[in-house]
Design a protein around this ligand. Structure first.
Ligand code: FMN
Length: 397
């Protein structure tokens, strides 16, 4: 059983970049928790590709631009955010730190970065919203078999003031994460997946149509989470889910987990409000392509009609600049946020977000960009066998 992580300390943590924070978290966290956060699917080829894809680009700076004032801010979801970056939806922050999702949300609010709360959070979506008072939170939806419960989450998200829904579509089953099998992943007794408690309650009330779930510890498979997904998440889901969701809510709908340009077009036709190019941080289909590699194709297919976001492998301010230059409206940051939480609770997350913002601001200044609007494909060169090649691209929305 994992031990309870350390409580919050207000001082700065000894990391100066987002790669170092992972090493600190690895040394801090129980093996099962670190394994769960860090793992990718099977050989972890996609995890590595997500990161190395950024290495294929060089940034061509423009000189003699007055960069005494650089603005990293932008507007999304009716919110003026510190930079084009969101906290990615991630399950079970409680495994990282006793501050749980609240620590992350308060840190994000303090630095003006939107946060997406996962269906599989250790706090209910209402608790996070009520206690964090973050002006821009999104709710990530897993569509489980029981649509009444999904609709209930949507109603709760609306009532709690969430600004958008992000439906995750790359996980009809859970990818095979060998670390979780090896460590026989279970939730420690002091944690539960608060939004899923309603399933257990329905079961207790003997309602038809609801299936058994208490939490990930009730399992015979070596990874409790794998089994929970197989039981509860709807693997019959098709494009019909988008108009259904549209019919029950006015909240903007972002679809997360798009890699193919053909799927991006279908998403557009089915009426989504935004697309997230993502392979779930390499945790689902091993050997799926790096998100950054698929970004230009999706941006071209969408043709400026919708915002396109991306995630996977963002670790540096220059990574954000590259993704924006390839047409992303914003990026999502995953694991480094959890690692910041693990090593320092809320202040640790704050430090992670401030670190990447400072790096992004410096990269913009050194590249000759005064505002996010100045970032475009003209800034990028792609490494190829014939040397560096200019990148032709489409402007961001
Ligand atoms: C520990 C962990 C839990 C995650 N949980 C979810 C989740 O509940 N829902 C979801 O849509 N994506 C989930 N993701 C995927 C992230 O939203 C995001 O796509 C990914 O972490 C981005 O890659 P990065 O970690 O390299 O930044 C999770 C990722 C991690 C690392």
């Amino acid at each position: 059983m994992a031990q309870r992580p350390q409580s919050t300390s207000a001082q700065q943590q000894p990391f100066i970049n987002l790669e170092e924070v992972e090493q600190l978290a690895k040394a801090t966290l129980p093996k099962m928790a670190y394994g769960y956060f860090a793992a990718g699917a099977e050989t972890e080829q996609t995890v590595g590709d997500n990161r190395s894809a950024f290495g294929q680009y060089r940034i061509l700076p423009r000189i003699l631009v007055d960069v005494s004032k650089v603005s990293t801010s932008c507007n999304m979801f009716g919110y003026s955010m510190a930079m084009p970056l969101l906290v990615a939806p991630m399950a079970m922050h409680g495994l990282a730190h006793s501050d749980k999702e609240l620590g992350t949300a308060r840190a994000a609010a303090a630095v003006n970065i939107p946060m997406c709360v996962s269906t599989m959070a250790n706090m209910s979506l209402q608790e996070v919203a009520a206690q964090a008072q973050h002006p821009c939170m999104l709710f990530q939806l897993y569509v489980i078999r029981d649509r009444q419960i999904v609709e209930g989450w949507v109603r709760q998200a609306e009532a709690a003031g969430y600004k958008a829904l992000m439906i995750t579509v790359d996980a009809p089953r859970l990818g095979r994460r060998e670390a979780d099998e090896r460590n026989r992943f279970r939730l420690p007794d002091h944690l539960h997946m608060a939004n899923l408690q309603v399933l257990a309650e329905k079961r207790a009330a003997g309602q038809p149509g609801s299936t058994a779930l208490l939490d990930a510890r009730d399992s015979s498979h070596s990874s409790g989470l794998f089994e929970l997904f197989a039981r509860e998440v709807d693997d019959t889901l098709t494009w019909e889910a988008i108009p259904w969701l549209r019919s029950i809510t006015k909240l903007p709908i972002y679809i997360k987990g798009v890699l193919s340009p053909a799927d991006a077009l279908l998403a557009l036709q089915h009426g989504v409000d935004g697309i997230v190019v993502s392979n779930h941080g390499g945790r689902q289909l091993d050997y799926s392509p790096a998100a950054l590699d698929m970004l230009p194709g999706v941006v071209a297919a969408v043709g400026g009609r919708l915002p396109v976001l991306m995630d996977g492998g963002i670790r540096r301010g220059t990574d954000v600049l590259k993704a924006l230059a390839l047409g992303a409206s914003a990026v999502l940051l995953g694991r480094p946020v959890i690692y910041g939480l693990a090593v320092g609770g809320q202040p640790g997350v704050q430090q992670v977000l401030q670190t990447i913002q400072r790096e992004f601001e410096l990269a913009m200044a050194l590249a000759g960009c005064k505002s996010v609007a100045d970032i475009g494909p003209q800034l990028l060169l792609r490494c190829s066998a014939d040397g560096l090649q200019p990148v032709a691209g489409r402007a961001r929305l």
